[in-house]
Design a binder for this molecule. Structure first.
Ligand code: F0G
Length: 458
């Protein structure tokens, strides 16, 4: 018999998760104003809100933490992390930050000014938030096919390079601050960007003397897709692919809470010493001295080790296979999901799931609430709530896709948990026609509203 697939790790420590009844959940979600961010974790059975900071660290990461050097300046842990970053990404200069959005804040303090444009593929919401906060504009140049949830393209996160070049050419007298390419493209469904696309974007950036920055939260998953889908990369190692990817960029921002499998941390990588020096000033103001920048020494140790584990082929294979298992099950149950399946999450197409709920009643959030009520599973809306209002007109923005994301934490849940989640979604799908109305907003913040929004059932 051919031996079945099994994970390249075993479990050393467990955490109890609590189940609940449908009545309890109905009350809890009402008390939470139908905002899943307001739930306590104990009210959630399987938490697929995010894959960010929720991974299980390894025995080696925990033991590395014991070697954390907590010196304010010049800590050994800083230098160990510096070496790991150089080794994996090739960047000579780096600044630690407490997480990804802090890296964006520091870097954009130097690069982005009022009136600027920042084109790329789809910017993540904090990235867009930091751009718009500076009264600049994020321009989404993702290839058109990405907005068709079921159309197949191996690299649906790619930048439409013709559109990018048009944006640059038509920008004058506005300035293009930099190009930001997010790998993988979270907003469009955890979709990868091909090496050839990165190469072409880099060529365009260089020809206009514009810096190319990679938002690298899931760079290793992106490399896995390049290895398994792009011609010429099957025999290359993940680390070889990663180093080629970064070779096209002038800098990177990193939320280490994803592919580096730590619970907290981030950094900025720079090729250019001058830019590093300018950003250092902001790092000191916002984050901390340049050799710790919001991270403790032990966190830098765990991150250095995590960068190696997160770029291991066997680990990536097990991770992306498990996410794929969730996608395949949902597909078998007839649930409309974005294809091909993303690297870190499965995205349910809420517009097709609940076609009778108008967009101003937030079908994505409505579905996320129903899924919680059904099985205690917490996902997140990536649709009109998250898209916020237009900063000028203050009208709701309706992105092409209205999604519910089920993000799978790394090395945390078993395949049985995945089967449970798929069954809960299938149950909601079966009773979808009895969900008559969506949600209406009671109160909201002026920026990044989805985190704190209060809603009620219509
Ligand atoms: N860039 C991308 C592509 C992200 O997905 C995130 C975070 C960030 C930047 C910001 O990093 O959270 O460390 O400040 N994404 C999380 C998510 C929150 O759930 O997708 P952070």
């Amino acid at each position: 018999m051919e031996l079945p697939y099994s994970e390249p790790f075993k479990i050393k420590m467990v955490e109890t998760v609590s189940r609940s009844t449908a009545e309890q959940r109905e009350k809890w979600i009402r008390d939470a104003s139908y905002n899943l961010f307001n739930l306590r974790s104990g009210q959630v059975y399987i938490d697929l809100l995010t894959d960010s900071g929720t991974g299980a660290m390894s025995d080696r990461q925990w033991s590395a933490m014991m070697q954390g050097d907590e010196s304010y300046a010049g800590a050994a842990s800083y230098y160990r992390l510096k070496e790991a970053i150089k080794d994996i990404t090739g960047f000579d200069f780096f600044l630690p930050t407490h997480q990804g959005r802090a890296a964006e804040n520091v870097l954009f303090s130097v690069l982005v000014k009022e009136g600027d444009l920042v084109p790329g593929n789809s910017h993540f919401d904090t990235t867009k938030g930091h751009i718009e906060f500076r009264k600049a504009t994020a321009v989404d140049c993702t290839i058109g096919i990405a907005s068709d949830p079921s159309a197949y393209h191996p690299f649906k996160g790619n930048v439409d390079t013709e559109k990018l070049e048009r944006v640059i050419v038509n920008a004058q007298p506005k300035k293009v601050a930099c190009i930001v390419v997010t790998i993988t493209n979270n907003t469009s469904g955890g979709q990868p960007v091909s090496m050839s696309n990165l190469r072409e974007v880099s060529r365009i950036a260089k020809s206009y003397n514009i810096k190319l920055i990679l938002d690298s939260a899931r760079f290793a998953e992106n490399a896995y897709f390049i290895k398994t889908r792009e011609d010429g990369y099957a025999s290359k190692s993940i680390r070889e692919i990663v180093s080629e990817m970064f070779s096209y960029a002038d800098g990177m921002t990193m939320s280490s809470k994803k592919d580096a499998i730590v619970n907290m941390g981030g950094f900025i990588g720079f090729r250019d010493e001058e830019l590093f020096r300018e950003a250092s000033v902001y790092n000191i103001i916002y984050e901390g001295f340049i050799t710790y920048g919001g991270m403790s020494g032990r966190d830098m140790e765990a991150l250095a080790q995590g960068l190696y584990e997160g770029t291991g082929y066997e680990y990536l294979e097990s991770r992306i296979r498990q996410v794929g298992l969730l996608g395949s099950r949902l597909k078998e149950y007839g649930v409309p999901v974005i294809e091909p399946f993303g690297g870190h999450a499965i995205f349910i197409d809420a517009k097709s799931f609940l076609p009778h709920i108008p967009r101003n009643e937030f079908p994505g959030q409505t579905l996320a609430v129903e899924l919680y009520a059904e099985g205690g599973v917490r996902g997140v809306e990536i649709g009109a709530l998250m898209a916020d209002r237009d900063p000028v007109t203050r009208e709701n923005r309706y992105p092409a896709l209205e999604l519910v994301r089920l993000a799978v934490p790394r090395r945390v849940y078993t395949d049985n948990h995945i089967e449970y989640v798929a069954a809960a979604v299938a149950n909601v799908y079966e009773r979808r026609n009895s969900i008559r109305h969506g949600l209406r907003i009671i109160s909201e913040a002026p920026i990044l509203r989805h985190f704190t929004i209060a809603l009620e059932r219509i």
